[in-house]
Design a protein around this ligand. Structure first.
Ligand SMILES: C[S@@+](CC[C@H](N)C(=O)[O-])C[C@H]1O[C@@H](n2cnc3c(N)ncnc32)[C@H](O)[C@@H]1O
Length: 383
């Protein structure tokens, strides 16, 4: 595909996403319907769509329209490219610019340059204080790819060597012993033997640091109360913990047995009746706005409404209250979100402690792109 044909595909996909379709589903649908597109084309269209969603407001201002054509026009103007070389109308290229499009567009305002809905920018600005501008700027860029060395199968050094043999370069990080940042060859990762044989798992630096802060060891009994795909279960089991996994939507744990087998760890499913008994550590990696990970799922930041946020905070409070009953006396409840909003983090913890006097706060940490990678919150609550 020519650059212009890729731009035309991105315009069509962006228009569907702006009508409310999830970005991932739209990209998959387009790829299935576009057999002529090779893997390089699919990757380029995907990058263009995601980069544009991260910067939707500022690109809409530059392009003079909050629609596929306006956004791609804004992307070209942002890059200093000549739009008339892409909007040619020839072959599979987008139709030529109308006079109004050619004359439209303007520099984004400071609020538009934050590339967030105003109500979220206000909340994050209040919650993050002087860090807000730099965090908002970081959320406008692509996230790095991080791996977790699976200590049950490899050391960071042996994992790096195995990856390098397959053309994937990864650097260690002084902040976390298991973390490796991929610096080259990331598109080869999922088909690599190092990944398929469980030497490494895809996991961002911040949740790795959160799991390390839980200080589990061989024999620690853990209930992962919101196990989902099992990212936290696998990380804790690799440290030797005896993990029981539960999720209110069991289908979300579908891949967990295969992932655990690949990683060489044992994870017990709680079963349909739900978890029983008490544990040294109960992890509640609750559903959240995902505001800390919006550079990976940038369509989500434009979809979130104040009502959605209010609903998800109610769900969080219900989950943590139920999970607390499974913490043994002297044990720990770990409350986690991948959000940067105080309403889902500090305020949620304060509400829990007010309703559960048998718990006290040991430690609360917020990781941001300024201190780690994705935005992530952990509170350790002692019973
Ligand atoms: C942030 S995701 C978990 C991600 C997962 N821990 C991981 O590391 O891959 C939140 C999970 O909470 C689950 N969930 C939602 N409501 C729940 C409830 N009432 N009780 C337990 N889990 C719930 C969702 O199904 C979802 O899988």
């Amino acid at each position: 595909m020519t650059p212009a044909a890729r731009a035309a595909a991105a315009i069509q996909i962006l228009d569907a996403i702006l009508r409310g379709e999830p970005a991932e589903a739209q990209l998959t649908r387009w790829a299935r319907a576009s057999r002529f597109a090779g893997s390089g084309d699919r990757a380029a269209v995907r990058d263009l769509v995601y980069d544009t969603l991260r910067r939707r407001r500022s690109r809409a201002a530059l392009g003079g329209g909050d629609n596929g054509r306006g956004l791609i026009l804004g992307a070209l103007r942002e890059a200093g490219a000549d739009p008339s070389t892409i909007f040619t109308g020839e072959g599979h290229a987008p139709a030529p610019l109308t006079p109004a499009e050619a004359a439209g567009g303007r520099a984004p305002t400071p609020a538009e340059t934050a590339d967030l809905p105003d109500w979220i920018a206000q909340a994050l600005s209040a919650d993050l204080g002087p860090d807000f501008p730099a965090v908002a700027e970081a959320l406008r860029d692509r996230a790095p790819v991080w791996l977790r060395t699976n200590l049950a199968r490899a050391t960071p050094e042996s994992a790096r060597a195995a990856l390098a043999a397959e053309g994937i370069e990864a650097e260690p990080d002084p902040r976390c012993a298991t973390a490796l940042r991929v610096t080259a060859g990331e598109r080869r990762l999922q088909s690599s033997a190092a990944y398929r044989e469980g030497l490494v798992e895809l996991q961002d630096l911040s949740p790795q640091m959160a799991c390390a802060a839980l200080e589990v060891g061989p024999g620690t009994t853990v209930l992962d109360y919101c196990a989902g795909g099992g990212g936290k279960s696998l990380a804790l089991a690799a440290h030797g913990a005896r993990v029981t996994a539960w999720d209110a939507a069991p289908a979300r744990m579908r891949d967990l047995p295969a992932r655990a087998a690949r990683a060489g760890v044992r994870i017990t499913a709680a079963g349909t009746g739900g978890p029983r008994g008490q544990f040294d550590l109960v992890v509640t990696d609750v559903p959240c706005s995902g505001s800390g990970t919006w550079r990976r799922t940038p369509d989500a930041k434009w979809r979130l409404s104040p009502e959605d946020l209010a609903q998800v905070t109610r769900t969080q409070a219900e989950i943590v209250a139920r999970a607390a009953a499974h913490v043994r006396p002297g044990g720990t409840l770990a409350y986690m979100t991948c959000s940067l909003l105080a309403r889902e983090n500090e305020e949620q913890v304060a509400g829990f402690l007010a309703r559960h006097p048998g718990f006290r706060l040991q430690e609360a940490v917020t990781w941001t792109p300024l201190t780690a990678s994705d935005g992530f919150f952990l509170a350790k609550l002692l019973r």
